[in-house]
Structures are given as structure tokens and as C-alpha cells.
Design a protein around this ligand. Sequence first.
Ligand code: RIB
Ligand code: CA
Length: 314
Amino acid sequence: MTRLIIDTDPGIDDTFALVLACASPEVDLIGVTTVFGNVGLDRTTRNALRVLALCGREDVPVAAGADRPLVHPHAHRAGAVHGEDGLSGMADTLPERQTGLVGTDAVALMVRLLDSSPEPVTIVPIGPLTNVALLLAAHPSVRSKIERLVIMGGGLAGGNVTAAAEFNVWSDPEAARRVLVEEPVPTTLVPMDITTRCAVDLSWLDRLAASGPRGATLVRLTGTYRKHYQRTLGHEGMVIHDAVAVAEAIRPGLLRTSRMPVEVECGMGPARGATIADPREHRVRGEDAPREIDVAVDADLDEVRTFLLSGLTG
Ligand code: RIB
Ligand code: CA
């Protein structure tokens, strides 16, 4: 059984990631924390509650976290990709959850869950890394209770929100740098290079829609998102970045990783939010060398797509 905390900014692909976690019998989803990102914190939080209600999960504690980045203002959200409500304008069609937020903020909930967990917990950040950076800076003692971080973020060969930067890292580069460079916590980074290669097509979506009411609801939420990917992929389909990261958290090794240092550009120039990985064999190593993390670089793409579909359809 894998104990998970998911930190999220739903978001269409976040929604698929949350449903995958809820539908997976090998997952104990012990908490969900929300962060600004695709849309504002109020909407990401409302969407997270509704997605958990869709999955019948009144039991999972939810807490809201940061509504802004650590240092600089969030230049813009991703309403054009996910819809202004974060769910293609369909958020209100999802059920309201009876159980509201816990009485604490995201960091306090993560601390409580980690402290009380009988075994280390995998944290899956699938939005900006602000909450996780705050957690590790303010509560370094929880590091020993973290099995690993499985982070959806970064782009090794360019970005999606700018030519250089992927949205989650770009949204709070200072937070991303703290987590990816400074914090000694086992970390697997799932960048957009591999998640994009795992794009799903119309046939995959049709099978999900035909799988039952929950699958049909998920596909119904994807209108705005699929229009965006029709333009960027050049064909029907979409990239469920966050669900690929949760799939790796559920099935360690689903993605093939390589250990390497990753730096984050925090300047205010055109490369802000870029993730610079160093895969060179002959790079500087040893105690003065930069920290290395596991970066997902390859996978059996059809195996990932099959895992996602079977996981989402229960
Ligand atoms: O770049 C993709 C990431 O940014 C995903 O987490 C998506 O939900 C958006 O937040
Ligand atoms: Ca996300």
C-alpha cells in the first residue's frame, strides 16, 4: 500500500491524477493539499473537493495552501488551457463535497499527516512547488517521514508556458529551486518531456468515456483542454501530465529515470523558470558536486497509457 499526499492545482490533468489515486486499490490517499496555479486558489480548492466527491471520498482531508508564489507575483494562470474555472467551465456540474476543508492550512495538514504516519509517505506535487518549499523550510524534521517526492514539473528541452519554462516551475521558480536543488529529500522529477510523450489519443478517450459514469464525466470535463492540445499536438488527444506523475508514484519504475543534477533559473529574464538538467557522464561529481535527483527520461509509452486507463476505470 502506497501512502500518498497529493499537492495540486486542479486543473484537468490534476483531476485525472486525483481520480487515478482514488481509484487505485494500492493507494492510501491520506491527504490532498491545494495551491494556486492553473486557476486561483479558491477555485483549485473548490475543484479538489468536487473531484473527491465525484470519487465518493468524503474521508480524505483537504487543506488549502499558498495563493501566490514565494517571491514574485504569478504572471498569469492557465485559464486558456483548463478553462476559467479550471475544469472547462464544467466545475459546477460536479457534486459538492459534504465534508469541507480541515481547519488548518496545507503545510500544517502535511506536517500532521507526516508526523502521525506509521511509515514514510510519498508526496506528489503536481502544481507549483510553493507549499512543498514552505513545508521543508519550516519543518525540516519531516524529511525523515517522506518516502520521496514525485514531482510533475520542468522541461529538459524547453517549456510550455514560455519557450524555456514549464508551467509548474515557471509559476514559482524560487520554490522549485529550493525543492529541486537545496532540499535533501529523495526526489523523482517527471518533466513535461516524458509526460508529453505519454499523450493519449481519441481512441483512449473514447474507451475511458465508455467505461462508465465516472469515465464519461472525466471526458466531459476536457473540452477546453482538448482544444488546447488539438492546437499544440496537431491531432485529437491530450497530455495528462499530472496523472503520469501519480502513475509513477503508484508504480515505482513505471518511468525509467536517470540520476542527474537539475538547476532552476530564477532570474527575471526570458529563461526564468527554466530547468537545466546535467546528464553529462563527465560532469563534476563528489561531495562538492550539486545534488542529484532522479529524472524520468523514458518509458514504455503504451504501458503507461494502459496503466492510466486501467487505473482510471478501476
Ligand atoms: O505543465 C503542466 C503542469 O502545469 C500540470 O501540472 C498542469 O496541471 C499545469 O499545472
Ligand atoms: Ca497541475
